[in-house]
Design a protein around this ligand. Structure first.
Ligand SMILES: [Zn+2]
Length: 226
């Protein structure tokens, strides 16, 4: 039997708490990760009712190219934080998944397979490509998964216009922080939250510089796609 669904926090409380989780828990871990050659992607699993962070992890591609922040976080949630199935919060009803960057195809599958239904991310794929020089989330979805329609005569333009994946699907709903704030009716509150989002995003500028500099200097990493 699955646990009853926890009540949802207000969008303002949700976004403020997710931003605080990024600043207080994920960024400090990211600082040591990028300094040792790993990418700056991080994740956290929070308890849905209280928004308390249960597991926090960042990318560890120094060890394995599959240890993306989200996958590392999921692995730790199941094996280290809650190894006992009896006490583990139900990912479907009692957890929220936070990713600093919109999850790649590997991590989207990991999230679906683990049962997390509510996913929020700070940076979009376009941000990862344009602000962080990491284009592979988009490229893998386009090159590996985007199948051209065989019956219709789909043009290159039509193909390019298709969404890269279903943000709302049977397994989860993925929303950017901005999407959530955009739904707010109160203009003043929306402006305040959007400013907060930009302020926390800006904290990644320096982290990106450290990662890019490490790449040039040949930092140790198991990743092929840097
Ligand atoms: Zn990933």
């Amino acid at each position: 039997m699955s646990a009853p669904e926890a009540s949802a926090p207000s969008p303002a409380t949700l976004i403020s708490t997710l931003l605080q989780t990024v600043e207080d828990h994920i960024i400090p871990l990211t600082q040591s990760g990028v300094a040792s050659g790993s990418k700056l992607f991080g994740a956290a699993i929070l308890r849905k009712g209280t928004l308390e962070p249960l597991t926090v992890a960042t990318n560890n591609e120094r060890v394995s190219p599959l240890l993306h922040g989200e996958i590392n976080c999921i692995q730790q949630f199941f094996t280290t934080t809650f190894p006992d199935t009896a006490t583990r919060p139900d990912p479907r009803a009692e957890c929220i998944f936070l990713a600093t960057h919109e999850p790649c195809s590997l991590c989207l599958s990991g999230i679906a397979w683990s049962g997390f239904k509510e996913v929020y991310y700070l940076f979009t794929y376009e941000d990862s490509r344009d602000l962080f020089s990491i284009p592979y989330d988009i490229e893998i979805l386009e090159e590996v998964f985007r199948v051209r329609s065989v019956c219709g005569q789909e043009s290159d333009g039509q193909l390019a216009e298709r969404a890269l994946y279903n943000r709302t699907n049977k397994f989860f709903k993925a929303s950017s922080f901005k999407d959530v704030v955009g739904e707010r009716g109160d203009d003043q509150e929306r402006e305040k939250l959007l400013k907060e989002i930009e302020r926390v995003k800006a904290r990644y500028d320096g982290l990106s510089e450290v990662y890019q500099a490490g790449k040039k200097e040949g930092a140790v990493s198991s990743s092929v796609w840097k």
